[in-house]
Design a protein around this ligand. Structure first.
Ligand SMILES: *Cc1c(COP(=O)(O)O)cnc(C)c1O
Length: 491
């Protein structure tokens, strides 16, 4: 009878679709419950040892069934997740996700199309999302783009296109060996992913010139010009400049107009890292630099940050579509593009980046844009910016707290520094304070170092945050700080 069984009896589909449907409904109910009541739970809690050890088990050779597996998830994973879906998560720099986007991921997973290419609506959805984002940035409609895992990959793609476009197509065949040294310029506040890009592209980390910044932590454009001149004089070929719209430490926005002028004059590829502020054109009051984004040769955006898409999704935009394709396209015989049938299509997404097989990450973005409209994301940004300024004002007004950087975008860098503590213990005290805030479950904030000083960094890219949540953070910091100072001074 086995010829009547799906997969000849080896299928992974349920024997009883009714039971699976019941489980699926339960899963959705549990998840919506979580979203609705998440605010009342701790943001994060440490895994107890028995939970940690539960992950040491061996490969299960025999299954326990979907219901039991799901129960295991509820017991071992659900309560101990990162917490960035919570209203008071402001760690590193992340978005909170959004319910419509969550459904998009669920649907994308069930359809399970491969976005490597082909004549299918999901590819059209991705093209539309790319065009919508290009419009926000101020790019022409024929610009090229690819959804990727995040801004790290989007930044890598931007520099990879720069490398082929400016050093010539022979880098794809011959590598860099005969080309001599090249340089990529950025401020010392540039994100660490650019170091990885330079390493992976064979330029080497030494090619990345980390240039001085002004007091507001934006790139010193005179230093850029001087560095380019010095490199030319020393036989180094200037390749590209990376301007940042919203640095990861403090949200500083580089002077894009001035940098674009230098890039034009010097023939540098202008790449913008817009992981944080790239969508600020949707804000009611965008920084001046955003008006010049269209001058960039390539832009990296992160939709899983301020745009609140569930992880993961970033976007590499390249103004010259031809240059984008020329940097990556490889069409092996088995991927021949036809004029009819599923294999039709001119440019396939896999020709624009690293991955051949690709997920339908466009759907969560497309649905959220349709459901909410682009302007609602601008309102989230404006609310977060106002919240950052509210927090900063309270920090400045408190004698025991210091505001360490100008508020850039939605990022506040502060520290606890009461007059009675010796300066040399402040880094340790603030580090301890961050850990105590985590353990309290009230909020997540993280540390960084700005101008040589350890700061508590509050990055408010979260559509769930209310201003009162930041008041609660401040109260919590002030309540926990004396204990942290005591613990540090007792060693
Ligand atoms: C987050 C961030 C990145 C890296 O993006 P991922 O999505 O984490 O890969 C790059 N640049 C800046 C300015 C960032 O804030």
């Amino acid at each position: 009878m086995s010829e009547h069984l799906d997969g000849d009896g080896a299928t992974l589909d349920p024997e009883d679709w009714g039971a699976f449907r019941t489980l699926a409904h339960r899963v959705v109910d549990d998840l919506v419950d979580r979203l609705e009541h998440r605010r009342d739970e701790p943001v994060w809690r440490p895994m107890p040892p028995e939970v940690r050890h539960a992950f040491d088990g061996p490969l299960p050779r025999h299954g326990i069934g979907a219901e039991a597996a799901y129960d295991r998830f509820r017991e071992l994973v659900l309560p101990w997740s990162m917490g960035n879906d919570h209203a008071r998560f402001w760690g590193w720099y992340m978005g909170a996700g959004n319910p419509v986007g969550n459904l998009g991921d669920l649907i994308a997973s069930v359809l399970n199309p491969n976005l490597g290419g082909g004549d299918q609506a999901p590819v059209a959805v991705e093209s539309q999302v790319v065009r919508w984002c290009a419009e926000v940035v101020g790019y022409p409609a024929d610009a090229s783009g690819l959804l990727v895992s995040g801004a790290s990959e989007a930044n890598l793609i931007g520099l990879a296109v720069a490398r082929s476009a400016r050093l010539g197509p022979q880098v794809r065949t011959d590598g860099l060996a005969d080309l001599g040294p090249v340089a990529v310029y950025a401020s010392e506040e540039v994100h660490s992913c650019h170091r990885k890009s330079c390493e992976l592209l064979g330029l080497g980390e030494a090619a990345l010139r980390r240039l001085p910044v002004h007091a507001d932590l934006t790139l010193d454009v005179a230093a850029l010009e001087a560095a380019v001149a010095a490199d030319r004089a020393g036989g180094v070929r200037p390749l590209a400049v990376v301007a940042t719209v919203g640095t990861v430490n403090s949200g500083a926005v580089d002077d894009l107009a001035a940098i674009a002028d230098v890039a034009e004059r010097e023939g540098l590829w202008l790449h913008v890292d817009g992981a944080i502020g790239g969508f600020l054109a949707l804000s009611a009051n965008p920084p001046e630099a955003v008006r010049h984004l269209g001058r960039a040769d390539s832009v990296a955006l992160d939709l899983h940050k301020w745009l609140q898409a569930p992880f993961d999704v970033g976007l590499a935009l390249v103004r010259d579509a031809r240059a984008h394709r020329d940097a990556f396209s490889v069409v092996p015989v088995y991927l021949h593009h036809a004029t009819r049938g599923l294999a039709a299509g001119d440019v396939w997404p896999n020709e624009l980046g690293i991955d051949l097989s690709r997920s339908f990450r466009a759907l969560k973005v497309w649905l959220a844009f349709l459901a909410h409209g682009a302007e609602s994301f601008g309102r989230v940004m404006d609310a977060n910016i106002a919240q950052a300024h509210h927090l900063a004002a309270r920090v400045e007004a408190h004698p025991d707290l210091e505001l360490r950087t100008p508020v850039g975008c939605d990022i506040v860098c502060l520290r606890y520094a009461p007059a009675h503590l010796p300066p040399e213990v402040l880094d340790e005290v603030n580090r301890e304070l961050v850990l105590r805030v985590h353990e309290s479950g009230v909020a997540i904030v993280t540390e960084s170092v700005v101008s040589g000083v350890l700061v508590i960094r509050v990055a408010i890219a979260n559509h769930r945050t209310r201003t009162e949540d930041l008041d609660l953070l401040l109260d919590t910091l002030l309540e926990l700080a004396p204990g942290a100072a005591d613990a540090v001074s007792r060693g």
